[in-house]
Design a binder for this molecule. Structure first.
Ligand SMILES: [Zn+2]
Length: 417
C-alpha cells in the first residue's frame, strides 16, 4: 500500500496500531509473533505496523528473547525515553506529585501540603510550579511531557475533566483542569476522582491477580472504584461506585449530602472521629484516630469495629451483585487490619452467597500510601497511548528524545515501592 511505504498511516490502520501498543504496554505481547497471534493480523501486516511505531519512536527493539526452536524473536518494548508522564494525587490537605516514564513507572516524587479549599487557580498554580521544578531537577522540560493524570478528592465528570459539585472543594465546580494544564504543558491532561485513580493503582500494582475488582477507599469519605474485565467502570456519568451514600439500616445520622443514614455518615474515618469527639474524646483528625487505635485505646477499637461491620454489610450486598474476584480495602483506616479488614472480611463471608465468595480475595492495599499517585500515572499513560495520541505520535514524532534518553539509562531503577 502506497500510504505505508512512505511511513504515513491512514485512519483505518489506527485501531490495529492502538491494539498493538496496548498489548505491548500491558506486557501481554513482547514480539512480532505475539502481536500476530493476539491480533489475528498477518505477520507481514504486523511487521509494517511495527516499523511505523519504531520509526516514530514509540517502540524500540530490546534484544532477543528465547526460543525452543528456530530463530530467537526480537523483543519489542515501549520506548521509555520517548517522553514522560506527570501524575498528581490531590487530597484535601496534601499533594503527591510524580514524574513517570512512559510505562508509568514513577522515578521522582514530591509530597507537600495544600489547601484544596483555596480553589483551583491557587492549587494548580502551586502544582504547576512544583512540576516545573521537578522536571528541571531531572534535566527535563515541559515539552518532554506526554500526558498528565490527576486525581481529585470529589465527584468528577471524567469526559469533561471537571469536578461536579464537590463538597469540600469550593470554586472547583465546572473548572476545566485539562485546559489549565494544556495551556502550560501542551500535553493532554485527564482527571478522575481519587477513588478511581486508587483503583487503577491497585489493579496495575501487580499485587493481585484480578480481572473483576472492587477497591474501597475508607478515608474522609467512602467510595468504591470498580474494575471490570481489566477496565475501570465509570458508569454513564462518572458516578459509579459512590457507595458512601448507600443507606445503612437502623442509622439516622444526617449526611453532608442531605440524606439521612448514609454509610459515609457513620463509617468513614471522619464520621468515626466525630462520634468519638461527641463521646468526649480529644481526637483531632484521622491520623490521630489511627494512632489511638494502634495504641489499643478500647473505645476507638470498638468504634472502628462498628464501622467495619457497617462497611462489611454494604460490601456483602455489592459482592452478591457484582461477583468480584478481589475486594481491596484502601485509605487511612485500611491500615487498621485487625480492627477493620478482619471485621469487613468476616461480615462479607457470613452475609454474601457462597458462590460469590468461593474464590474471593479480600485484602488491604499494600501500596495504600501511594496507590493514588500510581493510579494517576496510569491515567496519564492511558491518555498518552489513546487513539488521538497514537495518531499524532505517528504523524508527528516531535519529542526531543535527547533530553529524555538519559533517564532510560539512569534513574529509572528507582521506582516507587
Ligand atoms: Zn450521603
Amino acid at each position: 500500500m502506497a500510504g505505508e511505504t512512505n511511513g504515513s498511516t491512514g485512519a483505518r490502520d489506527l485501531p490495529s496500531l492502538m491494539r498493538m501498543v496496548e498489548l505491548l504496554a500491558s506486557r501481554q505481547a513482547s514480539s512480532r509473533a505475539d502481536l500476530a497471534r493476539l491480533t489475528g493480523l498477518s505477520p507481514s501486516t504486523v511487521s509494517q505496523r511495527v516499523d511505523t511505531l519504531l520509526r516514530c519512536g514509540l517502540l524500540i527493539e530490546v534484544g532477543n528473547g528465547t526460543s525452543t526452536r528456530g530463530r530467537r524473536p526480537v523483543l519489542l518494548s515501549l520506548n521509555r525515553a520517548a517522553g514522560v508522564l506527570l501524575g498528581a494525587d490531590l487530597g484535601a490537605s496534601h499533594f503527591e506529585l510524580g514524574i513517570a516514564d512512559l510505562d508509568a513507572r514513577i522515578f521522582k516524587m514530591r509530597l507537600g501540603p495544600i489547601d484544596i479549599a483555596t480553589g483551583p487557580e491557587a492549587v494548580l498554580t502551586q502544582v504547576t510550579t512544583e512540576f516545573r521544578q521537578m522536571l528541571d531537577e531531572e534535566g527535563l522540560s515541559p515539552q518532554d511531557v506526554r500526558a498528565i493524570g490527576i486525581g481529585l478528592p470529589g465527584p468528577v465528570d471524567f469526559e469533561r475533566g471537571m469536578a461536579v459539585r464537590p463538597p469540600i472543594m469550593p470554586g472547583w465546580d465546572g473548572f476545566s483542569v485539562p485546559a489549565w494544564f494544556m495551556e502550560r504543558f501542551e500535553a493532554r491532561a485527564v482527571v478522575d476522582n481519587d477513588v478511581n485513580v486508587m483503583a487503577l493503582g491497585a489493579y496495575w500494582s501487580g499485587q493481585f491477580s484480578s480481572e473483576h475488582m472492587l477497591v474501597v477507599k475508607v478515608a474522609t469519605g467512602i467510595g468504591c472504584g470498580i474494575i471490570t474485565g481489566g477496565k475501570l467502570h465509570r458508569g454513564a456519568d462518572g458516578a459509579a461506585g459512590d457507595i458512601g451514600h448507600i443507606r445503612v439500616a437502623g442509622v439516622d445520622v444526617t449526611c453532608p449530602c442531605g440524606n439521612r443514614g448514609c454509610l459515609e455518615a457513620v463509617a468513614s474515618a471522619s464520621a468515626v472521629a466525630r462520634q468519638l469527639r461527641l463521646e468526649g474524646m480529644a481526637i483531632e483528625d484521622t491520623d490521630e484516630l489511627v494512632r489511638m487505635a494502634r495504641a489499643g485505646e478500647p473505645r476507638v477499637l470498638i468504634a472502628v469495629r462498628a464501622a467495619g461491620q457497617q462497611i462489611g454489610e454494604v460490601l456483602a450486598s455489592l459482592v452478591n451483585f457484582y461477583n468480584p474476584d478481589t475486594v481491596v480495602i484502601g485509605g487511612a483506616l485500611a491500615e487498621l487490619r485487625d480492627e477493620l479488614l478482619a471485621v469487613v472480611r468476616g461480615v462479607i463471608y457470613q452475609r454474601a452467597l457462597p458462590l460469590a465468595t468461593r474464590a474471593l480475595t479480600i485484602a488491604a492495599s499494600t501500596t495504600a500510601q501511594h496507590a493514588c499517585l500510581s493510579g494517576a500515572a496510569i491515567l496519564a499513560r492511558q491518555a498518552a497511548l489513546d487513539a488521538d495520541s497514537v495518531a499524532s505520535w505517528v504523524s508527528n514524532p516531535s519529542i526531543d528524545q535527547g533530553a529524555v534518553a538519559g533517564l532510560a539509562a539512569g534513574a529509572l531503577g528507582t521506582t516507587m515501592s
